[in-house]
Design a protein around this ligand. Structure first.
Ligand code: NDP
Length: 296
């Protein structure tokens, strides 16, 4: 039976270390600032940006939020981004996705100043990460690395199978884990919808990371005895409970925990880490822009 990884506790530790860094910045007269931009009124996106703003308040980051009308033109949105690029009080910002259909999200990412791109999605930051010279690690992959580190799961020489090759999770995580670095040095297999014999690849892995977007895709039969299982997935599944839905991961928790040595739950695993690492990137952005050394 697996030990359950407590993502909330590790995220608390990250936030605690940020509090110290924020104090160091305050002593130098600087306060980290994070802006969120939401275009349109998607309710799930509203919830996400509200959570990010609340997180900022909790640790002492100056949070600002900009609402952009869902019918605004691309040029109007770009003006907002330009304002944020030149605002010295905003050290980092993000544009919540999805954006409305008439907006090209890639173009949006290109227009964010890479020095303020705390999601780590700008091509310059992606390139730096691949080159092993990262500035902002994307929040979810970085959060996964921090969880592994917190539970003393050494990745060096280990076989890691990632299910999912998305721009925001699978690909950057694979790149980070193959880096010649203490928190890398793994042998990584990346699976996707065209992968053949996928279960063999997960079963033989020391560490399985599921970022598929399919509820309970990875079950116990796909896990090797004693493996570490990291479930990135967050899926809303309808239920006849009062809430009407529950959140489930991309791993079938009940069967997987019988085989795994360590496993993340959903919720309470990777999710809180993603939120904490956004704060981390904001503090890092502030320390670079304000030229203040902090312990991160
Ligand atoms: P995407 O939809 O962008 O990518 C999913 C990946 O899974 C793709 O590479 C796709 O393959 C692959 N895939 C889909 N179906 C199958 C299948 N049947 N067999 C094998 N591979 C398959 O998702 P994201 O990476 O954005 O998100 C993944 C999950 O993580 C979601 O549940 C999302 O909600 C969650 N998430 C959670 C976060 C957190 O903070 N915990 C943050 C970000 C995401 P192909 O490329 O071939 O289409």
């Amino acid at each position: 039976m697996a030990e359950i990884i407590d993502g909330n506790a590790v995220a608390d530790d990250v936030r605690q270390s940020l509090t110290d860094a924020i104090e160091t910045l305050a002593d130098a007269g600087a306060r980290p600032g994070l802006a969120t931009v939401l275009m349109g009124d998607d309710p799930a996106s509203e919830t996400y940006v509200n959570m990010k703003q609340r997180d900022c308040e909790e640790v002492g980051i100056e949070g600002t939020h900009v609402d952009v009308d869902g019918d605004a033109s691309p040029a109007q949105l770009y003006d907002t981004l330009e304002d944020l690029n030149t605002d010295p009080d905003v050290h980092g910002y993000l544009v919540q996705s999805p954006v409305p259909d008439h907006i090209d999200y890639r173009e949006v990412i290109h227009r964010i100043d890479p020095a303020k791109d705390v999601d780590g999605f700008h091509p310059e930051n992606v390139g730096r990460l691949v080159a092993g010279n990262d500035r902002f690690r994307p929040c979810t992959p970085h959060g996964v690395q921090k969880l592994l580190e917190a539970y003393d799961v050494d990745t060096e020489g280990k076989d890691v199978t990632i299910v999912g090759r998305s721009r925001i999770v699978g690909k950057p995580l694979a790149n980070l884990l193959i880096q010649k670095a203490d928190d890398g040095n793994a042998t990584v297999t990346v699976c996707h919808s065209r992968t053949e014999n996928l279960a063999e690849k997960t079963r033989s892995a020391d560490i399985v990371i599921a970022a598929v977007g399919v509820p309970e895709f990875v079950d116990g039969s796909m896990i090797g005895e004693g493996a570490t299982v990291i479930d990135v997935g967050i899926n809303r599944v309808e239920t006849d409970t009062e809430k009407g839905y529950e959140l489930v991961g991309d791993v079938e928790f009940e069967s997987a925990k019988e085989k795994a040595g360590l496993i993340t739950p959903v919720p309470g695993g990777v999710g809180p880490m993603t939120r904490a690492m956004l704060l981390y990137n904001t503090v890092k952005a502030a320390s670079i822009q304000e030229d203040v050394d902090v312990d991160l």
